[in-house]
Write a protein that binds this ligand. Structure first.
Ligand code: HEC
Length: 317
């Protein structure tokens, strides 16, 4: 190779390396707090808790150390009826979401309101706390912010859990997201409708401020199945989800989605033992035409991974 060609090659390589370095080193230094967190971003962070992926608190991705989302229909202190609101219960020891730990990532306005009016600086991980999302004014602009209801309203974690009208109002969305990450749903599904005709089928793309406190995001990569960012808006049926996760072929005869029946655990909601082998035998009899109906799908117990996963999926609205 002539020396001249070598020199051109070396320069081209230099340019390529230089620009990739700019992207690698400069991009992460963009200040995320310049993007104010949206209400969606605050709620996501609060319901998922701290790092909801490969974290020290939950090394085996079991859904440990996660907050619980409780829909409140009455005031936990007085018992008086209130407009239903979403509250995020962090039992003692459950790590707070990053927005509460590092308020600056919420951006100006949201951060200030959360600290001044929301008193999140007074929340203590070792005592536990209950958070809600409120709205307020900062410099003449409206923002959603995080309120530490344990200080502002005197709501305790036990008080809020007991005030839930039924188990249906207690949602383990944070634990469910772990199952979504662990089970690799993102190999096939995205949580990222694109700026194309995707809108019509899957709803609007997320905004930048929707992610300020979420880690990891599960945007997915290569889409082999429907986008799920707003799946709870088009299909809110717990029954359908239950059947589909147990065996997708029950509702979509040619589905390529795997069965997730092992997430049910040992017993169903009534404490009856789940016998997957027997179920499979009866299902085989159904697919070969010996039975008219498929066997019943067990209803998952509220402390099963299947239940948490369904909580997470139905909450994607
Ligand atoms: C091998 C690819 C694959 C994997 C892995 C997978 N899915 Fe699916 N999923 C599909 C396909 C394909 C569909 C379309 C409907 C069908 O065929 O069942 C679907 C449909 C769905 C739907 C209904 C979507 C709608 O638009 O109504 C939900 C919800 C869903 N999957 C959730 C999950 C979750 C949660 C996981 C992980 C526990 C998962 N999927 C793993 C392929 C997959």
């Amino acid at each position: 190779m002539a020396f001249r060609e070598y020199k051109i090659g070396a320069r081209m390589f230099g340019i390529a390396l230089g620009s990739s370095m700019v992207i690698t080193l400069y991009m992460p230094s963009l200040d995320i707090s310049s993007v104010g967190s949206t209400e969606m971003g605050l709620r996501k962070g609060l319901q998922y808790g701290r790092v909801s992926g490969f974290s020290l608190e939950d090394p085996f991705l079991q859904g440990w150390g996660k907050p619980v989302t409780v829909i409140l229909r009455k005031d936990p202190n007085t018992g008086a009826e209130i407009e239903p609101i979403y509250s995020y219960v962090y039992e003692a020891g459950v790590p707070f979401t990053s927005a509460v730990r590092h308020p600056r990532i919420m951006g100006e306005g949201v951060k200030d309101l959360s600290l001044d009016k929301g008193m999140i600086g007074q929340a203590s991980e070792s005592d536990g706390a209950v958070f809600i999302v409120s709205k307020g004014d900062y410099n003449g602009k409206k923002f959603s912010y995080i309120e530490n209801a344990t200080v502002t309203k005197g709501w305790t974690t036990d008080g809020v859990m007991n005030a839930a009208a039924s188990t249906k109002d207690i949602k383990r969305i944070g634990a469910g997201k772990i199952i979504f990450v662990r089970e690799g749903c993102w190999w096939c599904h995205t949580l990222l409708p694109e700026q194309t005709q995707d809108w019509q089928a899957f709803g609007s793309p997320p905004r930048l401020g929707d992610f300020n406190s979420e880690s990891p995001t599960a945007l997915g990569s290569d889409r082999k199945a429907p986008d799920l960012l707003h799946v709870g808006s088009r299909n809110s049926s717990r029954e359908w989800m239950t059947m589909h996760f147990f065996n997708p072929r029950l509702v979509q005869p040619h589905s390529i989605m795997p069965r997730f029946n092992y997430l049910w655990g040992d017993v169903d909601v009534d404490g009856n033992k789940i016998d997957l082998d027997n179920w499979q035998t009866e299902y085989a009899a159904y697919t070969s035409g010996e039975r008219v109906y498929p066997p019943d799908v067990p209803i998952p117990a509220p402390d099963s991974e299947a239940y948490w996963l369904i909580d997470f999926v139905l909450n994607l609205k």
